[in-house]
Design a protein around this ligand. Sequence first.
Ligand code: ZN
Length: 339
Amino acid sequence: MTDATLPSPEPGERLEQDVESAVLAAAATAVDAAGEAVDIVPLDSPRRLLLVHAHPDDETIGTGATMAKYAAENVLVTLVTCTLGEEGEVLVPEIAHLAADRDDGLGPHRAGELAAAMEALRISDSRYLGGMGRWRDSGMMGTPANERPDCFWQADFDEAVRELVAVMREVRPQVVITYDENGGYGHPDHIQAHRVTVAAFEASGDPAYAPQLGERWQPSKLYWTAVSKSMLQAGIDLLKQSGETNFFGVDSADDLPFGVSDEVITTEVDASDHLDAKVAAMRAHKSQIELDGPFFALSNNVGQRAFGREHYILVRGERGPGSGPSGREDDLFAGVEHA
Ligand SMILES: [Zn+2]
């Protein structure tokens, strides 16, 4: 999420674990458990899911359980992260010096955290748009970081789209996930991830578009991530009752910059069996997600009910058959023919 426009959680006890900075080679190819590069043969997996996220940790907070669930079901899950999150707030005092306004070393550190999170979720195909470090975190809207020529907000749009089309034509996902037009909560990198993904979704299937990038591939479905407002409110209420903490200091989900009305949610993935993997991945993002912060409080108190269920809005493609009284899809691949 990267120092959101959210009210700051109360400072409390900090992590005591050593935080090691792992600098990894750009993950253009997947690595297996032993760290050896492995070739991905997309068509070995009949179902393929592509997620486009802005910063390391967004994938885990918003879609971690979904990723773990589908990976466990032998779906090829490909994560494309657009920046290294260099402008993020460092929540661990021991590495506060990595912050952008000090040593500016947070990017490689977060790449290490992301790699550890992918291990926890058992995702083998994690990449950076244009290669690691191609585009820098743009910082929160209205900050000078937005103006840097190397930031994602200032990216050459066509270049970014081409990079993503190349990934789409290589891994051939039937299902693509990114944020809505507001980027979920207004961060410029989230908005840019949205714009680039929509454009790539359209271009990838166009045979006239950049044929040198590979054979055309039209994904079947495009989803926005969504935080259900009712579930958010239930979480806020439960945390208040428990007296343990409050969620970003608010009483109402209406006071948070994210959260969407339940009527517009088309799809609910119940990945509560994979909540442990999601929590482990959250722990891997040590510099960004405090163990005593609101996300862990939520997962501890309402984890199975709220945190293992992730929500989406279908915006392109045919809605598959629903299930249960809500009629929502319970599978991102519902109605999709596998190739
Ligand atoms: Zn983010």
